[in-house]
Every structure is written in C-alpha cells, then in structure tokens.
Ligand binder design. Sequence first.
Ligand code: GLC
Length: 409
Amino acid sequence: MDREQLEAGARNILLTNLRRGVADWNGKEYSFVCPSLTGYPFQWFWDSCFHAIALIHLDQEQAKAEMRTLMSGALPDGFIPHIIFWEMEKQPDFLSRNIVGQTSPFYSSTMQPPIIAYTVERIYQATGDESFREEALPVLTAFYRWVRRVRDPDNDGLIAVIQPEEAGTDCSPKYDEILGLEELSNQGFIAALRKVYEAYEPMRGDDARILAADIFHVEDVLVNSIYAMGLRSLSRLLGSSPEAEEFSQEADKVRDALLSKCWDEEAGAFFDLSGVAEKPVKVVTISSLMPLILEDLPRPIVERLVDQWVTDPQHFWTPYPLPSVPASDPKFMPGNPRGFIWRGPSWVNTNWFLSHALRRHGYTDLADTIVARSHECIEKSGFREYYHPYTAEGLGARDFGWSTLILDM
Ligand code: GLC
C-alpha cells in the first residue's frame, strides 16, 4: 500500500465512523469519529484524540471539530469523561451493560489517559489557528487542574486511576491480582469490574472517598507518562506565563516521581504502584516502556529499556512488534482473546507512541521497523483493533478508528 492508498483507506474509516448531530439530552451539536460502529459507537476520550491526530493529515477542520466535541463534554469542575454517550438512544444494549456511568446516564464518571493537550498542540501547530488555541486553553487548564486536584491525593505528582479502563489498557494482566480476577476471561474481568462498582456505589461520583477507600487505586505508569506529555504540551500552548510555569513544574514533578518511585533498577522496568501503600506491581507490560515518551528520560534508562526489553525477541521484539505483554510472560495471549484485551496482541496506538519516542531517542532503525510492521499489519488485515504479534492477523473490532494513526507515523 502506498501513501495514497493508505490515506484512502483511513479516510474511508474515519468518514464511515463519523457521527454528527444534536444530542437530545443536552441540545449540543456533536461531530466526532467513533472507534467502531459495531463495538464502540460513542465518543471515547483517548480514541478521539488519536482520531484527531490522524485527521490532521486528511481534514484539519474535522480534527478541530473532533476536539471541540470532546471539550464540550467537560463538566464545570473541569472533568472530561472517558465516554460520552452522544447518541444514547441508538444503542440500548450497550448502555444496559454500561457500569461506568455513575453519576449520569449520558457520560462515564471515569477518565482516560490525558493526551488531550498534546492533540490540541498538534492541531495548533498544523493550522496556526489562534482562535482554536484560545478557545481550548480554559478547558485544558481546568481539566489538567482537575486531574491534579482530584487524582493525586498524596501530592507526589503521580495521578491514580480508580478502575482499569481509565488507563485504556482494560484487561492487562498487571491488574489481575488487584482485581482478584478469578477467571482469566473477559467475563471474569467484567465480573471483577462489577464488584469494584458495587463497592463504589455508596460513594458515587466522590473520587476523594473512592480513592481513600483503596479498592482499586493504581498510580499507573502509562497514564502518568501520558500525563507528563500532556502537561508539557499545555505549558507550551500557554506561552510564557505563570500558568505555563505551573504546568511545566508539574511535568517535572511527574517525571521525577516516575523515576524515584516506579523505576525498578533490579528489574530494569517501570512498575505501577498499587494502593495508598504504593506497592509496586511487578508485572512487565507495554506500560513499563511508556516513560520512553518522555524526552528527558535519563539515557541509561532509555538504553536499558531498549536493550533489555524492546529489542529482545523473547520479550517485545516479535515479528509484528510491540505486543501489549512480553512473549516471555506465562499469561501472554497472542491470539484472539475474545474481548480479553491487552494481553498479547500489538496495537497501533502504543506503536505510534513508542515509534516516535524511539526516534526521538535516536533509534531510527527501530522506529522505522515498528512503523513498517504496523503498516504491514494494516496491509494484510485492514484497520483492525489489534493484531497478532506473530502473524499480523487482524483481531478485535473491524474498521477501527485509531489504527489510522499510521498516517502520523
Ligand atoms: C477498549 C480499549 C480502550 C479504548 C476503547 C474504545 O476499551 O481498551 O483503550 O479506548 O476500547 O476503543
């Protein structure tokens, strides 16, 4: 597939998955790309950011519309939900299974990895549209302040998630023990998640109490790496001002905490911290590599991650890298996991993050190979949700939005 064919394929998906209208429940206009018409018919936070990044290459007005729609979902306290059910009437089945809408039937009361400021920065860089930047800034500053105020109760810089979907890596094996997963399947995962939500029931929407209850309290490495990246973007978008300084210092604080609290020198990997007691979760997954997206990660750590994990065929260097779980893990499930996701297959969004990260750290060949293999997956199997790391077989949802990130790789 050459660039033109790839763009045509991506355009086709982004247009097919485009949802436009006026919501009955809040009277607001929406215009966004849903991840997949069949599996994920609503607006998801980080998917939306990825769609907008792909759209920069195809239709910059639509990229702005995607972000405007997402930002229009912000609540007065700054919070932006991880799912907004714009066309809720169209999917009664999906909604009856939804357990994350704790305070409203129209949106979830959970977050997703805070990449939004980076996305807005990219759109601003591509278009130079000052009014778009100015309109976005109050929403972004309120959102990142919400994240810090509500999700970092111990004020160490690291923010905590209250359930696995908030990290975007839903069924990752790193959460098995915390969730007390009894059955290793998607059903088992949903049952465990339901238990978490039952326990949250009396504390509905009160994140401070939920975090203090210490039921699922994870300072997640992937989430915090993306948080630091978002803070840097926000600081740059703000130009030189006290606010820019505020967010830049916060980004330093997150980076320092990742290094001092999550880096395990013996294992050579970054680990999440579980609970108020901050117990390291010593399971290596794709998250353990995510601090590579920080441009100022110390060089010895970059080299250790690359040499020990990324390029080792026993771990992440499979024929179609980078698997979500290293091949060496006994729980590695490379094939169709029947909805039990993030346990082996390779995903385009993490390849997008890590190919750019590796390139910035000087690993041009590695980055090129990741891009070429991601491209091959799409060529062989279409724009799928994730791919078999040995065969490039396409798995999960079809016509999946964020695999169009290939245009930005
Ligand atoms: C799954 C993924 C999550 C994504 C959502 C919509 O839940 O784990 O990261 O945002 O699907 O695509």
